[in-house]
Design a protein around this ligand. Sequence first.
Ligand SMILES: CC(C)(COP(=O)(O)OP(=O)(O)OC[C@H]1O[C@@H](n2cnc3c(N)ncnc32)[C@H](O)[C@@H]1OP(=O)(O)O)[C@@H](O)C(=O)NCCC(=O)NCCS
Length: 336
Amino acid sequence: MLYQSKIAGLGYYVPENVVTNEDLSKLMDTNDEWITERTGIKERRHIKEGDGNSTAIMGVKAAKIALERANIDKDDIDLIVFATLSPDYYFPGCGVQVQEMLDIKTCPALDVRNQCSGFIYGLSVADQFIKTGMYKNVLLIGSENHSGGLDMTTRGRGVSVIFGDGAGAAVLTRSNHNGQGILSTHLHSEGKHALELALKGPSTMHWVPELIEENPQEDIPYFPYMNGQYVFKNAVKRFSEVIIEGLQENGLEVADIDMLIPHQANLRISQFIQQKFKLKDEQVFNNIQKYGNTTAASIPIALTEAWEQGKIKDGDKIVLAAFGSGFTWASAVINW
Ligand SMILES: CC(C)(COP(=O)(O)OP(=O)(O)OC[C@H]1O[C@@H](n2cnc3c(N)ncnc32)[C@H](O)[C@@H]1OP(=O)(O)O)[C@@H](O)C(=O)NCCC(=O)NCCS
């Protein structure tokens, strides 16, 4: 017999330090008009030196809120799934740090490395474990510390203005009510595009001393590279496909969507999808204007805010969709 999983609690945390487009224009040759027009972003949060945050620590802050709202004791968590592209350490992953910081006995912890699709990939992992009955409660976290690794000079402006820091968390549990919960998840990848949106070093192929020696100043590959227009074109195609795939699997129409929560990649991408599917404003949730693109954290932060604002109600059909580095893309359909 297969069980069904549902989201029992949500939480998010963003650092207090607000970085506006105006603030960025003091560090690099950019301006509010360019950033707003191209991305919709007005401000983002960046960890500030001394504020005590890290990817794992922000994840824990979000997780504590989600656990409290789920009314599930930390010791009843059977598995931690942590999605991030910006872990505190090269290894071990952030999942084990969360296990330690939350003082959860010796439960398994695994990290998911699927960038902007990381939260939905993680949701799928959690869902499968709950479905089979192996685990009852799973803590899923998406968290990113982008600001620690961005090129904040004019050289990096095409990438650095887009990304922000933050964390979101969801507690998944076995659903008691027939039909309430995750209906399906849909995951894809196409590795031939891997280097169109990538951070090459440091890595086992591009180690730090070698990098410094080979690239004294220019073209340092330990800052992220993004082929912006190429990413944009692929994103709108794959977002559309994977949303349709999720709807079809469940016999739903676009009109049945109560809320689409797209990964907050770029407001222009979300608007393109909204127009393509002729969705009303109240059917799509966006908060990239305030937080930028927080990669694996963007969907849980947006989902939490939408829920906090009363925009998600029992029985609603919620669609999550993401696209990002890999390329990877994914969707999830939830009967709330
Ligand atoms: C990144 C993105 C906003 C860039 O917009 P674009 O219209 O493609 O802009 P381009 O990269 O062609 O650059 C246009 C010009 O603006 C300049 N520019 C780049 N970043 C800038 C910035 N922050 N401020 C001011 N000018 C900037 C470029 O140098 C270029 O100047 P040039 O014409 O003199 O060479 C856009 O491609 C995009 O949104 N891509 C998708 C990104 C995304 O969603 N990533 C996350 C995926 S999960």
